[in-house]
Design a protein around this ligand. Structure first.
Ligand code: AP5
Length: 230
């Protein structure tokens, strides 16, 4: 565990964890709570695919089969998002880095504004399988729901009124491949941040509110709560 800091800066965070661990769910809450951008590579590719851009259609071919999008494409997209002094203002990254090479490249992109915490959301595999099987997302804004926690009105998004549906890559085959790739490619990222001394684990198997409370307590213990954008 890293040493606490009294820095007044806004946090620079990475959320790690298996597919369905709740990275997207919690990243949205952390971004709102701390007033920092939520950068999700999965959402960026889904938006690009929905817009029919060459990048999005290329990425969709990999995503729908449960494969990782090639490193050079993903790194280029993240570099664009964090260009200039944007990284200095804090962020929560969700779904990136996912390979050791991406983690090394993130360090390069961040330069003097290095990460504060890489938080691994711990959830048993049987729990994530249930979560993914029941996940439904808004096709318009990406808001995440579950069969156990649906929107208020007949699968219409509470946030924007868009259509709420199953993700194209939440098929059984694609999910099993994504979980295998997580073991092969993303566990080394956890090891990478352990060695860097910025890794923290949070039990994310409980209800979303409880998990968020744990995350905010963890982040607050490293950052001056007065720095929070209210
Ligand atoms: P991405 O969109 O990042 O998907 P993922 O990593 O597979 O993660 P998920 O979105 O499946 O899970 P999550 O942890 O965000 O869980 P969520 O909050 O939705 O990536 C998709 C694809 O894009 C990849 O497969 C790859 O092809 C490509 N890609 C993206 N980034 C890449 C990269 N860096 N390199 C290469 N390729 C990349 O929650 C899941 C469900 O559980 C929801 O229904 C939610 O409501 C529910 N839930 C959440 N928390 C709880 C809780 N505490 N209790 C009960 N239910 C909960």
């Amino acid at each position: 565990m890293p040493e606490p800091t009294a820095s007044p800066r806004l946090p620079r965070l990475v959320l790690l964890g298996k597919q369905g661990a709740g990275k997207g769910t919690q990243a949205v809450r952390l971004a709102e709570h701390y007033g920092i951008p939520h950068l999700s590579t999965g959402d960026m590719f889904r938006e690009a695919a929905a817009a029919g851009t060459p990048l999005g259609l290329d990425a969709k071919g990999f995503m729908d089969r449960g494969f990782l999008v090639p490193d050079d494409i993903v790194i280029g997209v993240v570099e664009e998002q964090l260009a200039g002094d944007r990284a200095a203002k804090g962020f929560v990254l969700d779904g990136f880095p996912r390979t050791r090479h991406q983690a090394e490249e993130l360090d390069r992109i961040l330069g003097p504004n290095q990460l504060d915490l890489a938080i691994d959301l711990d959830v048993p595999t049987e729990v994530v399988l249930h979560r993914i099987a029941g996940r439904r997302v808004c096709a318009n804004c990406g808001a995440v729901y579950h069969l156990d926690n649906p929107p208020e009105h007949d699968w219409t998004c509470d946030v924007c009124g868009g259509k709420v549906e199953q993700r194209d890559d939440d098929t059984e085959d694609a999910v099993m491949r994504r979980l295998e790739l997580y073991e092969m490619k993303t566990l080394p990222v956890i090891q990478y941040y352990r060695r860097s001394g910025i890794l923290a684990h949070v039990d994310a198997s409980d209800e979303p509110d409880e998990v968020f409370k744990r995350l905010a307590e963890l982040v607050d213990s490293y950052f001056d709560p007065g720095a929070r954008a209210l």
